[in-house]
Design a protein around this ligand. Sequence first.
Ligand code: EPZ
Length: 434
Amino acid sequence: MEVIRLKGGKPLKGEVTVGGAKNAALPIFAATLLTDEPCVLENVPDLSDIRSMAEIIRYLGAEVEKTGAHSYRIHAKKIGTRAPYELVRKMRASICLLGPIVARMRKAEISYPGGCVIGPRPIDLHIKGLKKLNCDVREQGGYIHVDASRIQGDELFLGGRQGSTVTGTENILMAAVLTPGVTVIDSAACEPEVEDLCNMLVKMGAKIEGIGSHRLVIEGVKKLNGVTHSVIPDRIEAGTYLIAAIMTKGDITVHGARARDLTAFIDKLEEAGQPVQIEGENTLRIRATHSSLRPVDIITLPHPGFPTDLQAQMCALMAQTPGLSIITERVYPNRFMHVPELQRMGADIAIEGPSAIIKGDRRLSGAPVMASDLRASAALILAGLAADTGETWVQRIYHLDRGYETLDKKFQILGADIERLDASAMPKELQGEE
Ligand code: EPZ
């Protein structure tokens, strides 16, 4: 078991390059099952979630070869139709295998993914969409059984209580590309990661209109070809570094950060008084050596609204921004597992329903903390980097490794006093808190 030790208070300066987007790479892996021809994927981040997805696709019968640090060759000549609980429970995003298996095999048997700490992760909209495409869907024994022998394109509304669903849209999209007729997905998710999947499917021969909008029109085709596709950069990783620049009063240039993917985030930082310099199509820079921010109100929403995956990181930023900030979580109302840990570091945050009320005139201090989910881990590291007293020890960093590739090393390059250690290196008084 590993931990991260860090000592904050130093302005972070320099340049960093983000990796490929985890939430684009995962459905893109699933999409390789839609063809019996080889696919080459590039700019794939080296993350435990990606390795889990590769393991499930291999189990289903595809040849999966890691051809480089960030590239794979996947050839799904023949595939099975059952994704078992012991594999699916390891990574809930594997639910996005449902669409491709249904499209290719006209039947599927997939374990329910189960929830996680950020809240229940229902898939009622995924099932509603498949039923609208004339699939017979039965839920039995923790598995979803789909008979798609009479699958047929149709028009469907895929919005739920919290608006659009990312992997729900991806599942119905991937089911529809090989389905006879025309499928219209209304209230489709339009996150950049969904757009990247659409662009790859079009390169494979799919017919999709409305890419990047909330209304996708798909005309089914008989067969899709193999493809070479490079995954878009990870906008959430980019946002994390930009927040690190502000919290440490540093100056960080982020390569691979596409401003078009982060408009709500950039707009909010500028409202708080922190300009973001756009230095070319894929480079953003924040110079915060003399910044002093104003408090803000943030509401997380489906794209193009403020991304929920940057909510925890913004809580850390606002925890040291003088004034009263309110961050309301409209996508996962319980996604505040990072708050008690930030409070241990001196943050003054009260949770009122789906909102975090943050009194920001606090100086954060280092403390032993526990990561609880992927984005919470990043928020705790940001707080540790900003704290100008004490050391921060972050435990359960396997959460971090699901979605950030060598984040500690990238922060070291930017000048941070941060290192990854074996848990046995922790001070005796912290041992056993695991
Ligand atoms: C994707 O999850 C991302 N994961 C999440 O990133 C991200 O937080 C989320 O979208 C929102 O942007 C991947 O893409 C692999 P949703 P997903 O379906 O698709 C409700 C990270 O940290 N809903 O868009 O599972 C749901 O409960 C992860 O990288 C239903 O009610 O999210 C939630 O409140 C965390 N019924 C809201 O919709 C459904 O059938 C959005 O969920 C499906 C979803």
